[in-house]
Design a protein around this ligand. Structure first.
Ligand code: GDP
Ligand code: MG
Length: 317
């Protein structure tokens, strides 16, 4: 599973610029004014053989009472919850301010591995100007310049160091070529859980031994019509004694990781809802990963002929 890095900090410190560097994209909107990234933004990054997922967030004000900053704070907390490590970005030029202190306090309480990063540090003498960031109580501060591409490699190395990841160069166990690794992706409520429960319910579950860590997605072996499958969880599989059942719990990170480990991704759509933006997003992730995709439309019984025709057309486009 790819490790997940969340970029957190107040607006305008350069989080999106760092995101674009790490994911080598021009995807995140970079701007001189605050409050532009309202949602979480996911991207794939790579350093040498090590791959990872980066989440960009808007400006974080833990104490925001309402409005857009409250929504951004909620998005940031969710990104942090999904992440293995937090990169807390501050502005080397602007220095420490009250908002940085609020964020630092939140992160210290949380206790997740955190890398304190001072951006916009191009042409600065580190020791002198950066010492004030020690008062945030998060240890060493790493000086980087995202817009000049300085310190990006060190940043990723420092972020991933506490995770003790296995060497990506080293081969894991060879995959059994007779087993198809299958992920079922789709928005909440399209019927992933029902589908999975139907499969798992009909077929005897092969003896199950799950060594992985909490970070790893659960995968469940099952057999159907003589074909062995390994079902990779995206819908929040839950163990119930010796059997598994799917609960509906949508996580972008889980979906991205499951797509990554799958041979085939089944993208489930909801006939009663048509093709939505979120469907298109997930389809985009699958395309980007280069995995084989099967498009399935659920709840076909619940729509009339006209809706069927509309849907068939929107799937085509
Ligand atoms: P975000 O709100 O934290 O995502 O910040 P952005 O990435 O949108 O950047 C805010 C502003 O800072 C933009 O005008 C960037 O061009 C600028 N910026 C980002 N990184 C650097 C840097 O390393 N040095 C300097 N001088 N400016 C930067
Ligand atoms: Mg931004």
């Amino acid at each position: 599973m790819k490790p997940v890095i969340a970029l957190v900090g107040r607006p305008n410190v350069g989080k999106s610029t760092i995101f674009n560097r790490l994911t080598k994209s021009r995807d995140a909107i970079v701007a001189d004014y605050a409050g532009l990234t309202r949602d979480r933004h996911y991207g794939n990054g790579r350093l040498g053989a090590q791959e990872f997922i980066v989440i960009d967030t808007g400006g974080f004000e833990p104490k925001a009472a309402d409005g857009i900053y409250k929504e951004m704070a909620k998005q940031t907390r969710q990104a942090v919850a999904e992440a293995d490590v937090v990169v807390f970005v501050v502005d080397a030029r602007a220095g420490v301010n009250a908002q940085d202190h609020d964020i630092a306090k939140y992160l210290r309480k949380l206790g997740k591995p955190t890398v304190l990063t001072a951006n916009k540090a191009e042409g600065m003498t580190e020791g002198v100007q950066l010492s004030e960031f020690f008062e945030l109580g998060l240890g060493e501060v790493l000086a980087v310049s995202a817009s000049h591409g300085q310190g990006m490699r060190t940043l990723v190395d420092m972020a991933l160091a506490p995770l003790n990841l296995p060497d990506p160069e080293e081969e894991g166990e060879p995959a059994d070529p007779t087993v198809i690794k299958l992920a079922v992706a789709g928005r909440p409520n399209v019927g992933k859980s029902t589908l999975i429960n139907t499969w798992l319910g009909e077929e005897r579950l092969v003896a199950f031994d799950q060594p992985g860590t909490t970070r790893d997605a659960i995968s469940v072996p099952f057999e159907k019509a003589g074909q062995k499958f390994e079902l990779i969880d995206t819908a929040g599989l839950r163990r119930k004694g010796k059997v598994f059942e799917a609960i509906e719990k949508f996580s972008v990170v889980k979906t991205l990781q499951a797509i990554e480990s799958a041979n085939v991704v089944l993208l489930l759509l909801d006939a009663t809802q048509g093709v939505t933006d979120q469907d298109a997003h997930i389809a985009g992730y699958i395309l980007e990963s280069g995995r084989a995709v099967v498009l399935a439309v659920n709840k076909w019984d619940a729509v009339d002929a006209y809706q069927k025709e509309l849907l068939e057309r929107s799937v085509e486009t």
